[in-house]
Design a protein around this ligand. Structure first.
Ligand SMILES: C[S@@+](CC[C@H](N)C(=O)[O-])C[C@H]1O[C@@H](n2cnc3c(N)ncnc32)[C@H](O)[C@@H]1O
Length: 228
């Protein structure tokens, strides 16, 4: 399977995504929603943290991270150079890390690492090594929060199968993702199924805390920690 090159989609990424979700509401909701969960887990938004979004793409989540973690230094990294260009233009206050070589210089630095919608694009045979590198980037006590598509949700599967930049997607379950992070040395903190309701039904999202165990959410997250 040929890996999708997000350089080719960087300019149209938002438009493609919004078109795919046209019956469900404004896609900005997804970014805001995830960062709200991130801040509830990290609970340190009054501190000066170093926060990395690994696989930040065109930077859709970065403004929300910056808004919540006002005192922190925010960094974005992606392997798609064209996507990083757009992320840089739209997020002047954020430090963009442009290469894997430069990223390695930050080993042991980050207090929080946020990853959304990246692992299903990483070839399964490479996932363990990439996660080991993420472990190296983490400082002691680092919180790592990873969001992924839920393969048990039929609508999610349909959306992935009809999305042009998901041609290389290999979905993975919450348990599989957790295993990869445990094997890299992280300790389990929390996990939940999320996004049971699309943006147009966001008023119902308060119900999600009661059904987060149900493997039918559109996505899920895992939260892990680096303890030495
Ligand atoms: C679906 S996009 C998600 C972008 C962003 N996280 C968001 O939520 O809008 C997936 C991103 O993962 C990036 N990606 C894929 N493999 C990667 C890897 N090995 N390391 C870093 N980023 C990667 C792609 O370049 C792409 O920008």
């Amino acid at each position: 399977m040929k890996k999708v090159n997000f350089d080719e989609y960087s300019k149209d990424y938002d438009a493609i995504m919004q078109n795919q979700h046209k019956n469900f509401g404004d896609i900005k909701y997804y970014a805001e929603y995830k960062i709200k969960i991130l801040s509830n887990i990290v609970k340190r938004d009054n501190q000066n943290l170093k926060i990395l979004e690994y696989g930040c793409g065109i930077g859709r989540n970065l403004p929300y991270i910056a808004r919540v973690f006002r005192k922190s230094s925010i960094f974005g990294f992606d392997i798609s150079k064209e996507s990083l260009e757009i992320a840089k233009q739209n997020n002047k206050e954020i430090s963009i890390i442009e290469s894997e070589e430069k990223l390695m210089r930050y080993n042991g630095c980050f207090d929080v690492i946020f990853i959304a919608g990246v692992y299903h694009h990483i070839e399964p045979s490479l996932r363990n090594d990439i996660t080991l590198n993420i472990f190296k980037l983490a400082a002691d006590n680092c919180d790592v929060i990873v969001f992924e598509h839920n393969p048990y949700n039929p609508l999610t599967r349909y959306m992935v199968s009809t999305c042009e930049f998901d041609n290389d997607a290999v979905l993975l379950s919450k348990r599989e993702l957790q295993t990869i992070f445990m094997q890299a040395g992280f300790k389990k903190n929390a996990s939940a199924y999320t996004l049971f309701f699309p943006p147009i039904l966001k008023r119902l999202s308060f119900l999600e805390k009661f059904i987060k165990w149900l493997p039918l959410g559109g996505q899920y997250y895992i939260s892990v920690k680096k303890h030495i």
